[in-house]
Design a protein around this ligand. Structure first.
Ligand code: G6P
Ligand code: MG
Length: 647
């Protein structure tokens, strides 16, 4: 351990003495309860202001705590390769001495110097267990690495879309802008002392670091021998809005704690017609329900839906963020969002209470969404297609038209049909939001979505769960503008979806997930599916023996993508079997699980005939499901007779 700075410039200050002051750009818009909390905390947590002033080295200047920088020796950990969305491991792995520190230093070392030295870096996340410790550690490392300031969400909370918005839009009191962010989340994975933690780095455009950067981070983790940290910087109270200033060897360092819902709502107001949505939400005819699954969306839901848009407070379910998500699995799907599913009349037990007209749920970090109507599930693939088809009329941000639309490969082709009909540029990219980012930065794509409950637009560079809800509410508000008063019947979510199918045809769609399968077995299953692709006639013989009522496979491959913006090529992005009638079977290994392997099977069938678009989805898809499971020898390889989750 080597102290880089041993002597203190002012003998008057012998211990770090931070000064906390109000942040002028965010405080005025704080709700009054936060303001009084701030005052209370200021009085409780800091020494009397007079004593701080007394200690100021120069009268009139801010009092600052001084810190020194320590170089800590370390050795590499195996397996710090960031996956699709950062590094995700069990909390206990992250809690090992130096584990988080190694990854953070490897990230700093992978960035250009000007994005660290003197830079403004956001540090926050979904508030899962270990986040508060991680914020303090990263703050101390940012200070030691010469950052000018860190921006921290109140109580360490900032949704992934809000981080993206903050990077792109927030301007500090002195004109500062963030250059990047450490997002502390494992998204939809459970949280708690024995569950998952995660960290990823987003760049100045607000999107996840590209592979060129994550590869460098990984390579740094394999050779790291030391990291920089300030051991004498005190923990900053992140439960209070305000700026705390310190002084280090390279100059001042600030920790700015703020409520990012202010910034996020500001951005949403530039996109949507809040007045129109408010009319809908405050109409007694319209009922609404939002389930944050105890994730970070809860920190925004009350401000947006209740305070801004007039929804009843009873519309909010599980909207208090919790470190362990209340013991649940914060993934908005039909299996894990149980309470919402029951309330919307889609559960097994039938209740006498009439379900709300509209329901939605979010995942832990609030970038995913699930949209439900009364007793009705909207598949994410349909959701993005319907938003795209209605955006220009219903959402002011898109009034002048869409630059293009995009979906991930396993997402159904519902969006393709809309793009064709509306003559829009269309892109099919591999799974992973970062692929959309390039298209958006190049001005080629306005709206995009994935089957994995992600939908979004070029307002930021992450998918955005609350944005998707506001998009649906905008469509409902537009379609019902004349129905909110009087006797007219409301156009429901189900009406909108059925109308869409009648116009564009329906893509019956389902996904089977086999979670926590033996990784070796999963690899073998996939390898077998690839090797079978060499002879389609053999594949078709096998299929005929399984079911005679499905069409023939006409092409089979592993999806490969050449990015039209930077020319980079991504190979092995999922195994496809394409049928003559437009049906598809896709097999992929999840890139976001943390234990074993998760096999995903995506099953899709197109029905153009509007008299046949109203069937039960699992019935319509039964023959293809049969083929998928037998062709892949799912049970033989995995020992599983049923999937963990069906959506
Ligand atoms: O790899 P999977 O587990 O299927 O997850 C895939 C999803 O992971 C994250 O949520 C990414 O942000 C999404 O863009 C991606 O679709
Ligand atoms: Mg997420």
């Amino acid at each position: 351990m080597i102290h880089l700075l041993r002597s203190l410039p002012s003998p008057a200050i012998i211990s770090p003495r931070p000064r906390r002051h109000r942040h002028h750009t965010t405080t005025p818009s704080l709700p009054s309860h936060s303001r009084s909390l701030l005052l209370h905390r200021l009085l409780r947590a800091t020494p009397p202001l007079a004593s701080l002033v007394d200690r100021q080295p120069n009268a009139g200047g801010p009092a600052m705590g001084l810190f020194t920088v320590t170089k800590k020796a370390t050795t590499p950990f195996e397996g710090q390769k960031p996956g699709t969305s950062g590094l995700r491991k069990k909390v206990t792995v992250f809690q090992q001495p130096h584990y988080l520190q190694n990854f953070v230093q490897s990230t700093f070392n992978a960035l250009p110097a000007e994005e660290v030295k003197g830079a403004t870096i956001v540090v926050s996340g979904d508030g899962r267990y270990f986040s508060k410790d991680a914020v303090q550690i990263i703050t101390k490392m940012a200070a030691a690495n010469g950052a000018r300031r860190v921006w921290v969400g109140l109580n360490s909370l900032m949704s992934t879309p809000a981080v993206s918005a903050v990077i792109r839009e927030r301007v500090g009191a002195d004109g500062s802008k963030a250059t990047g962010a450490f997002i502390l989340t494992a998204s939809h994975n459970p949280g708690g002392p024995t569950e998952d933690f995660g960290i990823k780095y987003n760049m100045g455009n607000g999107g996840p670091a590209p592979e060129s950067v994550t590869d460098k981070i990984f390579s740094n983790t394999t050779t790291i021998s030391e990291y920089l940290i300030t051991e004498d910087l005190p923990d900053v109270d992140i439960s209070v809005v305000g700026v705390t200033s310190f002084s280090g060897p390279e100059g001042p360092f600030d920790v700015d704690v703020f409520d990012s819902s202010v910034d996020y709502i500001k951005l949403m107001k530039t996109i949507f017609d809040f007045e129109a949505i408010k009319k809908l939400l405050s109409s007694p005819k319209f009922t609404f329900c939002y389930d944050a699954l105890h994730g970070v969306a809860g920190a925004y839901a009350k401000h947006i839906f209740v305070e801004e848009l007039g929804a009843d407070e009873s519309s909010l379910l599980n909207c208090v963020p919790k470190e362990d998500f209340g013991g649940g699995h914060p993934d908005p799907n039909l299996t894990y969002a149980k309470e919402l599913v029951e309330r919307m009349g889609l559960g097994k037990s039938s209740s006498n209470v009439e379900p709300p007209e509209f329901g939605a749920a979010a995942d832990g970090d609030a970038d995913r969404n699930m949209i439900l109507g009364k007793r009705f599930f909207v598949t994410p693939s349909d959701s993005v297609a319907i938003i795209a088809a209605n955006a220009v009329q219903s959402i002011p941000y898109f009034a002048s038209g869409l630059k293009g639309v995009a979906r991930s490969m396993p997402t159904s082709a519902a969006l393709d049909v809309v793009a064709k009909n509306l003559n829009l540029k269309f892109f099919e990219v591999p799974t992973g939001w970062k692929f959309f980012g390039n298209l958006m930065d190049a001005g080629m794509c306005s709206i995009c979505g994935e089957e994995s409950f992600g939908t979004g637009s070029d307002h930021i560079r992450e998918k955005d769960g609350i944005w998707a809800v506001l998009a649906w509410l905008s469509i409902l508000a537009f379609k019902n503008k004349d129905n909110l008063e009087g006797d007219n019947k409301l156009v429901s979510v189900e009406d909108i979806v059925r109308q869409h199918w009648a116009t564009y045809g329906r893509h019956y769609y389902t996904r089977y997930d086999y979670e926590n399968v033996d990784a070796g077995a999963a690899k073998e299953l996939m390898a077998n599916l690839v090797s079978m692709q060499s002879s389609l006639s053999d594949v078709n013989k096998l299929i005929k023996d399984i079911r005679s009522d499905v069409s023939e496979v006409v092409a089979a491959d592993e999806f490969e993508y050449k990015d039209p913006v930077d020319g980079s090529v991504s190979k092995h992005q999922g195994i496809r079997y394409l049928f003559g009638d437009g049906s598809r079977l896709v097999f992929r290994l999840s890139g976001t699980g943390s234990v074993g392997a998760t096999i995903r099977v995506y099953i899709e069938q197109y029905e153009k005939d509007s008299s046949k678009t109203g069937r039960d989805s699992q019935d319509a898809l039964a023959p293809l499901v049969d083929v998928a499971l037998k062709l892949s020898k799912m049970q033989e390889y995995t020992g599983r007779s049923a999937p963990t989750v069906i959506t």
